[in-house]
Design a protein around this ligand. Structure first.
Ligand code: ZN
Length: 197
């Protein structure tokens, strides 16, 4: 007789948490991972090696909350992460291969949570995030206040000149802008954007 698990094997599920910088994406990721832990699920957190702003093997929010995490250098390394729930922060860092690696986890029945920027400062899909948003069962699209008018913004612009697609940085290097102020000049005051909720 097949048991219930054979009849209803776990179904993979993809949730993407996206939005501009300082929108609370990592905080939302840690909240969802914590909730899954509370349900007794085996939860594994993962981060790219590139992101070492705060701690080498932890995912840390701007406000200091953290969770121990695996550190991977390439998306293929996700295959060795075993858990009911796998949460990857800064998912946009990977230039290619993430969609394939995430698909493999989903086929395994894993619930996958991805947090990251959905668009570049040039207003284009960030690496494979567009593909992953199409694949997602659920999207948490967060906003942060526009640096000019304070209305909800989904764009992040750079306050410096660089052609590098990825620049690690924090407040003072980027500014969030609503659609109306996407092309407004950089602010002259240098004040950081308002604190995200
Ligand atoms: Zn605005």
């Amino acid at each position: 007789m097949p048991n219930a698990r054979d009849a209803h094997p776990p179904i993979g599920r993809l949730e993407v948490i996206c939005g501009p910088m300082f929108a609370g994406k990592t905080t939302r990721l840690l909240h969802l991972l914590g909730a899954a832990q509370g349900e007794g699920l085996d939860v594994q957190a993962v981060k790219p090696a590139l992101d070492n702003r705060y701690h080498a093997t932890r995912i840390t929010t701007h406000t200091g909350t953290w969770i121990d995490s695996h550190v991977i250098h390439a998306p293929d390394e996700l295959a060795r992460v075993q858990g009911d729930v796998v949460g990857l922060d800064e998912a946009h860092f990977f230039t290619e291969g993430l969609h394939r690696a995430v698909s493999a986890l989903l086929e395994r029945g894993t619930r996958v949570l991805l947090a990251g920027l959905d668009r570049t400062s040039m207003n284009e899909p960030f690496h494979e995030m567009g593909l992953l948003l199409v694949e997602a069962d659920e999207v948490h699209k967060l906003t942060a206040p526009c640096a000019i008018c304070g209305r909800p913004a989904v764009h992040t612009i750079r306050l410096f000149d660089s052609t590098e697609p990825i620049v690690i940085g924090g407040e003072g290097m980027f500014e969030n802008r609503c659609r109306a102020h996407l092309r407004s000049p950089r602010q002259q005051t240098g004040t950081p954007p308002p604190e995200a909720p």
